[in-house]
Design a protein around this ligand. Structure first.
Ligand SMILES: CC(C)(COP(=O)(O)OP(=O)(O)OC[C@H]1O[C@@H](n2cnc3c(N)ncnc32)[C@H](O)[C@@H]1OP(=O)(O)O)[C@@H](O)C(=O)NCCC(=O)NCCS
Length: 179
C-alpha cells in the first residue's frame, strides 16, 4: 500500500470511492451526496486551497481524504478543514484511515499549515489527534446541526488558540446540508 497526493486524473475514481463508501455506511442518499461533494471540492476549489491524499493498493484508490482551506475574518492562521474522509468498506478497520490522515497532517505541517479542523465523530477523529472545540473558541463556517462534531487540532502545539470572528469555508462546502 502507498500514500500519494491527489492527481487530477483520479477525480472520478475518488468520487466513486466516496459514493460507494457512504452508500455502504449511510445509505443511497448520503452516498450520492458525498460523492458529489468530493467531485465539487476537487473540481471547483483553487489549487492553493486544496490538499487531497489517497491510499492505493495495486494502483487502485482504496482510501481518500480531502482538506480545503478555512479562512478567518480576523486571523491569518493557516487552517484547513478535513472533509470528507473515506476508506473502502472492504479495507476498513485495518489502520488505513489513521495512517492516511497522519500522512496528510505531516504534509500540511511541512507546508507551513498551522491548524486543522473537521466535523465528524470524535470516537474516530480523536485517534488522529482531534479534540472537541467550542464555537466560543473557533466559530464553524455554518450553523452546526451536531455541535459535538466540531473538532480541531493545532499541528504545532497541544492547544487550540482562540480565534475571534467568523470563519469561511470553500464554496463547495458552503451549504447547510453538509453541516
Ligand atoms: C471512518 C473511517 C474513515 C475510518 O477508517 P479506517 O481505516 O476504517 O479506521 P482505522 O482502521 O484507521 O481506525 C483507526 C482507529 O479508529 C477506530 N475507529 C475506526 N472507525 C471508527 C468509527 N467509525 N468510530 C469509532 N472509532 C473508529 C479504530 O478502532 C482504530 O482505533 P485504534 O487506533 O485504537 O485501534 C472509515 O471506516 C470509513 O470510511 N467509514 C465510512 C465513512 C465515514 O464515516 N467517514 C468519516 C466521516 S467523514
Amino acid at each position: 500500500m502507498e500514500f500519494r497526493k491527489y492527481k487530477k486524473e483520479k477525480t472520478s475514481e475518488i468520487k466513486d470511492l466516496f459514493a460507494k463508501t457512504f452508500l455502504d455506511s449511510e445509505g443511497e442518499t448520503e452516498g450520492k451526496l458525498i460523492g458529489e461533494l468530493a467531485f465539487e471540492l476537487l473540481t471547483k476549489t483553487n489549487s492553493e486551497d486544496l490538499f487531497a491524499y489517497n491510499a492505493l493498493e495495486n494502483d487502485q484508490i482504496i482510501a481518500s481524504i480531502i482538506f480545503t482551506r478555512l479562512e478567518f475574518e480576523k486571523s491569518k492562521l493557516k487552517a484547513f478543514l478535513l472533509s470528507p474522509a473515506a476508506v473502502l468498506p472492504e479495507y476498513q478497520g485495518r489502520g488505513i484511515g489513521k495512517k492516511l490522515i497522519n500522512f496528510g497532517h505531516k504534509d500540511l505541517k511541512g507546508k507551513g499549515m498551522e491548524i486543522v479542523f473537521t466535523y465528524g465523530d470524535i470516537n474516530f477523529y480523536s485517534k488522529v489527534g482531534y479534540k472537541k472545540i467550542s464555537e466560543e473558541i473557533v466559530k464553524a463556517p455554518l450553523k452546526l446541526s451536531y455541535p459535538e462534531g466540531w473538532l480541531g487540532q493545532n499541528l504545532n502545539d497541544d492547544e487550540i488558540p482562540s480565534i475571534s470572528g467568523t470563519s469561511h469555508c470553500v464554496e463547495a462546502l458552503n451549504d447547510e446540508k453538509y453541516w
